[in-house]
Ligand binder design. Structure first.
Ligand code: PRP
Length: 219
């Protein structure tokens, strides 16, 4: 019988990666060397299980998975929607829950209601465009930013923002509020389309075990 090949996982850096590793531990998948906060290594191997893990910037995870450089990715639904890659989304991991919202100062609600030509600052231009153009049929000007999106309405770059709200603390501390909700979000597992066929048994078994672990967590 031929030697098992490595299954490679791309994990979005940060909180999601830590929660993913904690969930994997519950089903007996560990990667000790990845836990060392001082490490500068980029790729981590579990020889026994023939698994490899690497950390990547969130928006790059769907890219690695689409091209098959990773078989499996763990990333936020926001990134999946924004990147719109040809990948399979196979499992809602339940953590990393937050909401994509249109936010701004209270009085911007009037501008939204009257379908005015407003400016929307966002890290997610595709999500914002789909929401305003396809769902609300409202013409807006979308301005792409790379972070600290809440600044935009405060300094007059835009009337509203399209951004992630988790606790609402950032909005609150900056005098902004949720004006409309675009969609709920959470961490998802995505799979390369060819890997899904070639490694069907290993991947579906992994999905089933993760589902069970998630159900046990809830019980
Ligand atoms: C995200 C998001 C908000 C904040 C929301 O930013 O863009 O700014 O978290 O969280 P809260 O509702 O709990 O306050 P992130 O920390 O990812 O940094 P960014 O500014 O680089 O987008």
């Amino acid at each position: 019988m031929s030697e098992k090949r490595y299954l490679t996982f791309a994990l979005g850096k940060g909180r999601l990666a830590n929660q993913t590793l904690a969930l994997f531990e519950k089903i007996g998948i560990t990667c000790e060397e990845m836990k060392d906060p001082r490490t500068r290594k980029l790729i981590f191997v579990n020889e026994d299980l023939k698994l490899r893990f690497f950390l990547a910037k969130g928006p790059d995870v769907p890219t690695y998975v689409e091209y098959g450089a990773a078989d499996i990715g763990i990333v936020g639904e926001d990134t999946i929607l924004e990147e719109a890659r040809n990948i399979y989304e196979v499992l809602d991991l339940g953590f990393g829950r937050c909401r994509m919202c249109i936010c701004g100062p209270k009085d911007a609600a009037e501008l939204l209601r009257h379908q005015e030509l407003i400016r929307v600052a966002t890290k997610y231009p595709r999500i914002a465009k789909n929401y305003f153009y396809d769902k609300k049929h409202q013409t807006v000007e979308i301005i792409k930013l790379n972070g600290s999106i809440e600044l935009a309405p405060i300094v007059g770059l835009s009337e509203v923002i399209c951004d992630i709200v988790e606790t609402g603390k950032t909005l609150h501390e900056n005098g902004l509020e949720v004006l409309e909700e675009v969609c709920p979000l959470s961490a998802r597992m995505v799979v390369n389309q060819v890997s899904m066929k070639m490694e069907y048994e290993r991947i579906t078994e992994l999905i089933a075990r993760l589902k069970n672990a998630l159900l046990e967590e809830k019980a």
